[in-house]
Design a protein around this ligand. Structure first.
Ligand code: M6R
Length: 612
């Protein structure tokens, strides 16, 4: 979703801002802009609908933007269509206060009316312009910048990460946050703000995370952070381990394919620190056996792909722990009056750790007294910091909007947690445990084997990329995986696609089966394999084509019946999904490639969804 970069330093701000904005492009946006303040206090703004490249052209074509302090923004439209006027930065009427903003100001209408009654004229339809105008109103009235900042923050309701310039203070920028991520980067050539660490990696690895209601005043050689009561806060500095190359394409044509190919490594990095002498450790949980023994129910919460991991988790945890487990969409959880209390374990899964719905669900779970455990990829993100326990996926930066390696590492952790808890409950035999660990150790190599079969998947994708409709079917864990296969396909190729529990097809959806429809049958769960096969035949009998994803040992049985078989090696039941997902990701990728889609930045989508 929207991205923020800000710089206060020695060198010209424009190149730093544009480079930062390019690094934020992956989050999804539809317009972009920068504002730079010159030494004599003139704030110049350039903004444009469309890509950063087009903003760059505009900047190069027009009068220069001198200055070493500035803010930049990529906007994903919420209030007002994507156009030049609604793009950020937004300015107060006199041009003294200029603002970039991520989040939503819920009471913006009421404030706008308040200001309009006092003669303020608005140019855009955005809630952000209200922030700039309101702050200017207070600044002109009070004459003190920090008073104006705090009065404005007191008045607005909603979520915000803000970067603010004031023409009377050409050497500084101000940042503030509530319920939207914002971090400060401490560099040798100056200081930075950013909504996402990837925008800072080429300048600094030293960061601090702004907490809700904190305000930072940033100059080129100083950062001062204040809390809501205007007391100075001593911020803890963190070193970011991700390196720059991890956030670059490295010779691949898209981040998505690079990230698919990185999965063996991501899985290795996620499992190795937690595996010693054939035993699984989750030191993050405090090694407290009571953690799971006292648990009477489990909720696994997430959005999109993270929710799909939750569905996998539901099947795994419930079956092996014999504790009722439910996967719940984060956006539904908080409004569904869930049965959650101190003996409930709520697992929140999120790549970004900033998804607003997931964050709100986490807070709701905590409010009801549940024990909360977050599985998160971005270190220091809001969800990671607010949950009682956090387990990190070590997938590294994920840039493509369509998640792949983060999803895989989440799957892995849910599987490992299942075995870890099962052991703590005394429900696993030593033989079973060893068998699982053996397969765990073999997983990265088996993933390499699956990736080596890319040619077959490419061929299948080039056969079907022109279709309008596809269905993913499977039972049990295969069904859970179909949800993700279907989402991957539709989000990047724009082909209509749905996922069904195979047995459900004949209760309505089978009426859609006809020539020109493709059914992707996932048939790897031994206990229900024959049943999935029958459901697939029901579809092909009505003229649909079928592609089957199955294990090597069953591939031969399917080859006679269907047009294409995608096979994967067999592994432990609790790890099979990790192998199965790869052909589905590759299939979606090559279908989208054949269709000429903007794979890393699909239309209308954002990497991190920070609005409700
Ligand atoms: O950052 P999160 O894991 O919380 O994001 C959740 C979803 O927005 C995300 O998984 C989304 O569905 C992806 N685009 C799927 O590829």
């Amino acid at each position: 979703m929207c991205g923020i970069i800000g710089f206060c330093g020695e060198e010209e701000a424009v190149p730093v801002l544009l480079e930062g904005l390019e690094k934020l492009e992956y989050r999804g946006y539809d317009s972009a802009g920068v504002a730079v303040i010159s030494g004599d206090g003139v704030i110049r703004i350039r903004k444009r609908k469309g890509r950063i490249a087009s903003l760059r052209e505009k900047i190069e074509a027009e009068e220069p933007l001198p200055g070493t302090v500035g803010i930049g923004h990529t906007r994903w439209a919420t209030h007002g269509e994507p156009n030049d006027v609604n793009a950020h930065p937004q300015a107060g009427m006199s041009g003294r206060i200029v603002v970039v903003h991520n989040g939503i100001i819920e009471n913006y209408r009421e404030i706008r009316q308040f200001l309009e009654r006092r003669g303020y004229k608005f140019l855009s339809e955005t809630d952000t312009e209200v922030v700039a105008q309101l702050m200017e109103y207070y600044y002109l009235g009070k004459g003190d910048l920090m008073d104006a900042v705090y009065s404005m923050l007191d008045r607005i309701k909603g979520s915000y990460a803000l970067g603010i310039l004031c023409s009377d203070y050409p050497g500084q920028l101000i940042a503030a946050r509530k319920d939207a991520p914002l971090l400060i980067g401490y560099g040798e050539d100056g200081n930075y703000i950013a909504s996402d660490v990837t925008a800072l990696l080429s300048h600094t690895r030293t960061v601090s995370y702004l907490e809700d209601e904190e305000v930072a005043v940033i100059t080129k050689d100083q950062v001062t952070v204040y809390d809501a009561g205007r007391l100075v806060v001593d911020k803890e500095l963190h070193t970011v381990e991700w390196d720059v190359s991890a956030a670059e394409k490295g010779g691949y044509s898209h981040f998505m394919i690079k990230e698919i190919m990185e999965q063996p490594e991501a899985v290795r990095k996620t499992l190795s620190p937690r595996l010693r002498d054939g035993r699984i450790f989750f030191e993050e949980l405090g090694e407290d056996p009571a953690f799971i023994r006292n648990c009477s129910s489990i909720y696994i919460i997430g959005c999109g792909s993270a929710y799909h991991v939750g569905v996998v988790g539901k099947y795994m945890l419930e079956k092996h722990l014999r504790i009722p487990a439910e996967a719940c969409l984060a956006s539904e959880f908080r409004y569904s009056d869930p049965i959650v209390g101190p003996d409930t374990l709520v697992i929140v899964i999120s790549q970004s750790g900033e998804t607003l719905d997931s964050m709100a669900a986490l807070r709701e779970a905590k409010r009801r007294g549940a024990r909360t455990l977050a599985i998160v990829n971005v270190i220091g993100s809001s969800i990671a910091r607010e949950a009682d326990y956090v387990i990190y996926t070590w997938a590294g930066p994920e840039i493509a909007v369509a998640t792949t390696k983060a999803y895989s590492t989440q799957l892995l952790l849910i599987s490992m947690l299942t075995v870890y808890f099962k052991d703590q409950l005394g429900k696993i035999t030593p033989e079973e445990y060893d068998e699982y660990v053996d397969e765990l150790l073999a997983l990265p190599d088996k993933l390499d084997q699956v990736l080596a079969r890319v040619g077959n998947i490419q061929k299948t994708a080039s056969k079907y990329f022109n279709l309008d409709s596809m269905f993913f079917i499977g039972r049990n864990l295969d069904y859970a995986l179909g949800l993700e296969g279907s989402l991957k396909l539709k989000e990047i190729s724009y082909i209509h696609s749905e996922s069904y529990a195979a047995g459900e097809l004949k209760h309505g959806t089978i009426s859609l089966m006809e020539p020109g429809v493709l059914v992707v049958a996932i048939a790897t769960c031994e206990s229900v394999l024959d049943k999935t096969f029958s459901n697939m035949v029901e579809a092909t009998s009505r003229g649909a084509d079928a592609v089957v994803l199955t294990t090597e040992e069953h591939a031969g049985n399917f080859e006679k019946t269907v047009k294409a078989v995608l096979s994967v090696p067999s592994t432990h039941d609790l790890l099979q999904a990790n192998l199965n997902i790869v052909p589905l990701q590759l299939f979606a990728y090559y279908v989208a490639l054949n269709r000429g889609c903007d794979i890393d930045k699909p239309r209308n989508l954002a990497k991190s969804v920070t609005v409700e």
